[in-house]
Design a protein around this ligand. Structure first.
Ligand code: ADP
Ligand code: MG
Length: 269
């Protein structure tokens, strides 16, 4: 577990108060397949960063690296000034123990394309599960906050419904409430509306808009160009495991500079 040195020099930047995520030269391979080929990214606190790119470009892998669900082969990721997955001693980096990684992960909420709710638990129980087990919150406290969160995502009338009794959009809103219950400082969304029927997409995007207005820092992998333009503070276009282009969503969408960005936008617009 410990003692693994990653091949890169240490001693990189310290915390900057307004930077929530900083990724530098992130490399990730699966066997001989190099998926991330040096990704650099910076997301400020309170920023909504929309990550676009063709299928297979490494978007999901990159998100999973941010909370150390995937171990990077080289580079560095900091969240809120904390190096993810590694401790620095002298000029060497050592892999953290699983317990320490789990503590870092708790501060990062993640919402997937598939909602992954516990099928045999109600909406309310899905939301209170982690606060009770992981944060050891008092039952009344966890329930009060879960109710408030479910109300916030428009589901106060579904507290006692099971996932099978909810639409896809409702399930995804429970999943968002569940992530928020851990009081994360960063939310990662991986194509949160891609599995939904078209008429249910809006209600999930509305919840995400509300979160953005409230100042949550978010990285959102999405093909919803309208959302990126309206809600995004920045747009990052990835292709082939690197960031090809980034800028203000309006500018990139209206006038993409790179051919690969142009080709991609032409398909999704
Ligand atoms: P995106 O989310 O942009 O569609 P992914 O990050 O899911 O892209 O995948 C990028 C590439 O990495 C794909 O070629 C995919 O097959 C490969 N990949 C992703 N996860 C794994 C894994 N666990 N093992 C092997 N290959 C993987
Ligand atoms: Mg993906």
């Amino acid at each position: 577990m410990t003692g693994q040195l990653i091949p890169d020099q240490a001693g990189a930047p310290a915390a900057e108060s307004d930077v929530m995520v900083r990724a530098e030269q992130v490399h990730k391979s699966f066997g001989s397949l190099e998926v991330l080929k040096g990704v650099d990214l910076q997301v400020r606190a309170g920023e909504v960063c929309c990550l676009l790119g063709p299928s297979g470009s490494g978007k999901s892998t990159f998100l999973r690296c941010i909370n150390h669900l995937e171990k990077i082969n080289a580079g560095r990721i900091w969240v809120d000034g904390e190096l993810i997955g590694y401790r620095q001693r002298g000029d060497k980096l050592y892999e953290m123990r699983e317990k320490e990684v789990a503590a870092q992960r708790r501060a990062i909420g993640m919402v997937f394309q598939r909602f992954n709710l516990f099928p045999h638990k109600t909406a309310l129980e899905n939301v209170t599960e982690a606060p009770l087990l992981v944060r050891k919150e008092k039952r009344t406290e966890a329930r009060d906050r879960a109710e408030a969160l479910l109300e916030r995502v428009g589901l106060s009338d579904k507290l006692h419904s099971y996932p099978s009794q909810l639409s896809g959009g409702q399930q995804q809103r429970v999943a968002i409430a569940r992530a928020l219950a851990m009081q994360p400082k960063l939310m990662l969304f991986d194509e949160p509306t891609s599995a939904l029927d078209p008429e249910l997409v809006g209600e999930v995007l509305d919840v995400m808009k509300d979160l953005a207005r409230d100042g949550m820092t978010m990285i959102v992998v999405t093909h919803e160009i309208g959302f990126a333009r309206e809600v995004g503070d920045s747009l990052v276009f990835m292709d082939g495991g690197v960031v090809v282009e980034q800028g203000s969503p309006r500018e990139v969408i209206a006038a993409p500079k790179h051919d690969r960005t142009k080709a991609f936008l032409a398909k999704v617009l």
